[in-house]
Write a protein that binds this ligand. Structure first.
Ligand code: SF4
Length: 391
């Protein structure tokens, strides 16, 4: 099996559903976290939850880069555009992430909303498809400062590293990066150490579906720690529905056999070592940040990257003397609890009414990988009637 269609085959999905049903022990419950928003999207889009036995529960994890970016980091980017007059470049979904006072980059670009009384009323904020686009904008506007707002897990970090190296080679004077790159293993550790998992047992976790794209970069080796130290099985899976179902079947089997190992369902793209060239590139440019605030998880030590001192002039935080100020989420929003696996999208009182993909009040409704957006877009909220549903 090599191509996408084969991993969406309905007949094979039914066969896998039967295999999972045959594996599960009727008298026990199984709770697995899909860490990555790509898996959350696939589960909602293809109705994978409907094909699982009622005692197999999927819990959404915090692996959506847009969802975990806290308000304070968005405020930094907005103030750079409005108060410092920089050209702020970033990826499409990032433009709609809610910031303070109901603002977002999109609103700051349009000059609507409560933008405060300092600086200009409209930001020069541009959507880019790649870091190359941001570099090109810097080359085309030598008289303007250009800042690339970089977000994402280990998948999007290598292109940011490449852009900084390229800017360094060209001696680009007007380009810098506001770095928000975060790390998957640190977030998994944080979840496993959380009171909900360790102390109260309100988030029962029997294992993880490991990320697809992230793992192509970091490999499967970093997850071995979770299997060895926490006795939690991890199955790395691709983003197609059959990948996810196969991974669930493998997890059920591990649980039944009392095993806690790292298995690789996505062997067509992931190796144990990962992409060593990309890893070297990233470590040349970035180093660990002592602490970083995640939306939902709070401050997580050594969970993000910052630009090394050797590339300080490309670091927007140093260049503009930025000072991070944490800002609490909208009180009505349950994104924090959803990102920790404690609540489900339908537990939020404003889900689908005040908060929709067109008008997101929280970050989980912004990207198609966000749990709320995935549930809303594919109608999965409509057919849940109780706690037995797989969300
Ligand atoms: S529905 Fe909206 S406000 Fe509620 S948790 Fe989801 S993103 Fe946050």
């Amino acid at each position: 099996m090599k191509y996408v269609d084969e991993f969406r085959d309905g007949e094979l999905a039914k066969g896998l559903a039967k295999a999972i049903a045959a594996e599960v022990a009727p008298r026990r419950d199984y709770s697995f976290m899909e860490f990555c928003g790509g898996h959350t999207h696939a589960i909602s889009r293809y109705g994978v939850g409907d094909l699982l036995p009622p005692n197999v529960r999927m819990i959404h994890g915090p692996g959506c880069p847009v969802c975990v970016l806290p308000i304070g980091r968005m405020d930094l980017a907005i103030r750079l555009a409005l108060d410092r007059g920089v050209i702020l470049c970033t990826y499409g979904d990032t433009l709609r992430i809610p910031a303070s006072n109901g603002l977002s980059l999109l609103k700051a670009k349009a000059g609507v909303g409560n933008i405060g009384n300092i600086g200009s009323t409209r930001g020069d904020i541009r959507m880019v498809y790649s870091t190359t686009d941001a570099l090109n904008i810097a080359r085309e506007h030598p008289g303007r400062e250009v800042v690339f707002l970089a977000i994402g897990f280990e998948t999007t970090t290598p292109p940011t590293a490449l852009a900084i190296l390229q800017a360094h080679r060209e001696d680009l004077q007007n380009f810098s990066v506001l770095c928000n790159h975060v790390l998957t293993p640190a977030a998994i550790t944080h979840i496993l150490e959380s009171p909900e998992v360790r102390q109260y047992g309100t988030v029962p976790l029997d294992g993880f579906i490991g990320p697809a794209h992230v793992s192509t970069v970091i490999g499967s080796r970093p997850y071995e720690y979770f299997a060895e130290e926490y006795r939690k099985p991890v199955v790395i899976a691709g983003f197609e529905p059959l990948d996810v179902m196969q991974a669930i079947c493998m997890l059920v089997r591990q649980v039944n056999q009392g095993r806690a190992e790292v298995e690789n369902e996505f062997s067509r793209a992931v190796t144990r070592e990962g992409n060593l060239k990309a890893q070297r590139l990233v470590s040349n440019v970035f180093e660990l940040r002592r602490s970083f605030e995640w939306r939902g998880l709070g401050e997580v030590p050594y969970s993000a990257l910052q630009i090394r001192a050797g590339f300080a002039r490309f670091d927007a935080e140093r260049r503009y003397g930025l000072n991070y100020v944490p800002v609490p989420d909208n009180k009505a929003c349950e994104c924090g609890a959803i990102l920790r696996g404690v609540k489900k999208p339908r537990d939020c009182k404003i889900f689908g009414t005040v908060c929709t993909p067109e008008n997101p009040m929280g970050s989980c409704m912004v990207s198609s990988e966000g749990a709320c957006a995935a549930h809303y877009s594919f109608g999965r909220h409509k057919d849940f009637s109780g706690d037995g549903g797989n969300s």
